[in-house]
Design a protein around this ligand. Structure first.
Ligand SMILES: [Zn+2]
Length: 245
């Protein structure tokens, strides 16, 4: 892995992943931009059936696009710290909201990364979503004192096509029947599906569906970023009341 990181450094030089300016991997300005957002509940339009309450840490715009792209496609694992921190905040917000609404009594939590195609894992040299989920699990566990772990409970069958370029319906059709649950969470644990970016919500909805079918309680979902809705149907997403600082 070190070799991959070194190669990425050589190729990209020392530039900020968010804005491309010379300097550290994330410049203070881009880090501040990312941290300026409070997590929000997101609902893609159309909302896929079975999508659990989903909290995203920031919109998938501005520096966030560059950060996630370099993290995923250029093996910039150093960005897992900042992105994992934001994801942890989204998870904490979800937990706080569910506890407040009486939907959850604090207890063990399992973060379940959205499954990656095997070819993508091989190309990237890592399961990038699982890596983020693991970073977030450590932070959420430390912040709450609860047992919080990452488990790859949902796997993708080999024949699933790349989701990029597919519309909402095509994505849902591509995933239907192609996600499987392997193993189960700890007794009494709730599952929180995790992804880096939520676009149509198809992956989150299908992950939640197969987990529920396997008897796993899905509390909600969390992502680092959310693709903003189109202007005609957008609106300011409702901030989550009482979100942790
Ligand atoms: Zn920057």
């Amino acid at each position: 892995m070190r070799l991959v990181e070194a190669a990425a450094d050589l190729l990209l030089g020392r530039t900020c992943a968010g804005c491309g300016r010379a300097g550290p991997m994330v410049c203070p300005r881009c880090a501040a931009w990312v941290r300026a957002y409070g997590p929000r509940i997101v609902r893609p339009r159309p909302t896929p059936r079975g999508l659990p309450m989903t909290v995203a840490a920031a919109p998938y715009t501005g520096p966030m696009r560059g950060l996630i792209h370099r993290y995923k496609e250029a093996s910039a694992w150093g960005l897992a710290g900042l992105l994992g921190e934001r994801l942890a905040w989204a998870v904490l917000t979800l937990l706080h909201r569910c506890a407040e609404d009486g939907l959850w009594t604090p207890g063990p939590v399992v973060l379940v990364p959205a499954p990656s195609r095997r070819s993508a894992v091989l190309r990237r040299g890592s399961d990038v979503t699982a890596r983020l989920a693991a970073a977030a699990a450590t932070r959420v566990g430390a912040a709450t004192g609860l047992p919080v772990v990452m488990r790859r409970l949902v796997r993708m069958r080999g024949r699933t096509s790349d989701q990029a370029g597919l519309d909402a319906q095509q994505r849902a059709a591509n995933l239907r029947g192609n996600l499987v649950v392997t193993g189960g969470p700890e007794v009494g644990a709730v599952a929180v599906p995790i992804d880096d970016v939520i676009t149509t919500g198809a992956t989150m909805a299908e992950s939640a569906r197969v987990l529920r079918s396997a008897g796993v309680r899905v509390l909600g979902a969390a992502t680092v970023a959310a693709t903003p809705r189109r202007p005609s149907v957008s609106g300011t997403p409702r901030p989550v009341a009482g979100a942790p600082p």
